[in-house]
Design a protein around this ligand. Structure first.
Ligand code: SF4
Length: 487
């Protein structure tokens, strides 16, 4: 296929810059010209990147005898790629190419002979996503302009049906047809990006749905400064209509027309905002809460997600239960129990054994989002059938506190989110995560991974204590919310 030639203009582009430019020109401009304004990824995002890198390294093992091209310096990477091509190497990892200052590295370049090649892009996701096709398209564009004939463009992603250690961990999905459809747009996209990058000022780009798609943009804090804390963006499930309001300059909730008719799920939020009071379905709430039976257990799990499974029967990105906290309320007396697995080994069995010891046979088990805790319990029951009967008993006793805020109690001060982190400060302002070293689940996962890699000692103990305090507060928060609701 012939593509129009674009005059080389500095600065250069890469796969990731091209994809950033498709999301938003302003984002690309900032990445290229004002890199300092892009905040570093938070610990959890970095953790996900690291998991993806680990999965990528694993993928190279599926092509034994492949040649790895060093990443830097660029000129050397390109020269070494050419040398590997000249030698007829079958699989080249990180093969580097440049065309008109657009630089790409191919995760795996498969040499089929007679100048024909497959481009294989490795992703740690468990399916092909739309943005992956653009990633493949820019690689194909650059390689074809280096006179390589591209046979197929392939996305190698993790197999969601894989169960360690049986089966294929990766699936190779031929996306050639879909990628080909995008090829005609590549030259125009590049031209507009390079022209935009040549300007002295960043483009005036309006916020839009692309700020969160395909990825949450790192510049949201800056670009969304004009959106007040309470706005149409806080209305639950408003979907695309929020953008219609935004474009009509209806941004603050006060600006919503009086006759705004939302869905039954939205009106309690609107009513709460307008009256300044929570909107409560007393009858429904009372009925729902009457299901709770003593003794009451308040239970929370922490998990660690691994892209590449390492324990028997686990799948890619499975959430491994590593820690629990349980508060028990009986006869007005509150007791606390907890567990954390501190070894670098399969945590599931010690986790469930210790948990079963404290949960008894009867009484409600209050969780915040039953599908999460229930789902983890189901996975453990499948992996360790000897505990299935007892786990089924636990699952049948789960009572979901989150449902209270989804169905019966709405306060606009939750800002449209029913997360316990939003609910707690409104209902129980004295109790806060603010003083803790670990304040949310993502950081807990990162810290946990760090802890199990450490030898026994002060640092490991410190992290362990921080994690225990965090999980303890999660269940204590549920206790306090329960007391609030009961009052
Ligand atoms: S926050 Fe939105 S408008 Fe701002 S750079 Fe990112 S995508 Fe573009």
């Amino acid at each position: 296929m012939d593509y129009p030639i674009i005059e080389p203009k500095l600065p250069g582009l890469s796969k990731s810059r091209y994809c950033a430019g498709l999301q938003c020109h302003k984002l690309l401009y900032t990445k290229v010209h004002d890199r300092d304004k892009i905040p570093e990824p938070d610990a959890f995002t970095q953790y996900l990147f690291d998991q993806g890198t680990a999965a990528g390294e694993l993928a190279t093992k599926f092509f034994p005898g492949g040649t790895e091209i060093p990443a830097f310096p660029i000129d050397e990477s390109i020269a070494k790629t050419q040398a590997a091509l000249d030698k007829g190497v079958e699989h080249i990892f990180e093969a580097a190419f440049n065309f008109q200052n657009i630089h790409v590295k191919v995760d795996v370049l498969r040499n089929l002979g007679e100048n024909k090649f497959d481009i294989i892009e490795v992703k740690s996701s468990t399916r092909v996503k739309d943005q992956h096709l653009d990633d493949l398209a820019i690689q194909k564009y650059v390689l074809e302009n280096n006179d390589l004939e591209i046979n197929s463009t392939i996305l190698m992603h993790m197999n969601p049906d894989y169960r360690h250690p049986d089966g294929e961990l990766f699936i190779l999905s031929d996306e050639s047809e879909k990628v080909e459809k995008r090829m005609a747009d590549v030259p125009q996209n590049l031209e507009s990006m390079q022209e935009m990058l040549g300007q002295d000022e960043p483009p005036e780009t309006e916020i839009g749905p692309n700020c969160k798609k395909p990825y949450e943009c790192a510049l949201m804090k800056q670009c969304w400064q004009h959106i007040p804390e309470m706005s149409v963006f806080n209305i639950p499930n408003l979907r695309n209509a929020k953008w219609d309001y935004y474009h009509q300059n209806i941004i603050k909730l006060e600006d919503l027309p009086e006759d705004f008719i939302g869905t039954p799920g939205q009106m309690p939020f609107i009513n709460s905002f307008r009256t300044g009071k929570p909107a409560i379905d007393y009858y429904g709430l009372q009925k729902f809460m009457s299901e709770i039976q003593e003794p009451i257990y308040f239970m929370d799990f922490e998990t660690m997600q691994l892209a590449a499974p390492k324990y028997n029967g686990t799948k890619p990105w499975q959430q491994h239960t590593i820690q629990w906290s349980v508060h028990i309320l009986e006869n007005n007396e509150l007791k606390h129990h907890e567990f954390i697995h501190t070894e670098n080994s399969d945590p599931r069995e010690p986790f469930i054994q210790s948990l079963l010891e404290v949960l008894g046979d009867s009484g409600s088990i209050i969780v915040y989002s039953a599908p999460f805790e229930g789902g983890r319990l189901k996975e453990i029951a499948e992996a360790f059938p000897q505990y299935k009967e007892k786990i089924d008993n636990i699952r049948s006793r789960l009572w979901d506190q989150l449902v209270v805020f989804r169905k019966y109690y709405c306060d606009s001060k939750f800002k449209g989110s029913n997360s316990i982190k939003n609910v707690l400060p409104v209902l129980v302002p004295d109790l806060s995560y603010g003083d803790l070293e670990v304040q949310e689940g993502g950081t807990a996962m990162v810290e946990y991974t760090r802890m199990i890699g450490l030898p026994d000692g002060e640092e490991k103990e410190q992290i362990k204590n921080n994690l225990l305090k965090y999980c303890n507060l999660d269940t204590l928060a549920m206790v306090k919310i329960h007391e609030f609701l009961t009052d």
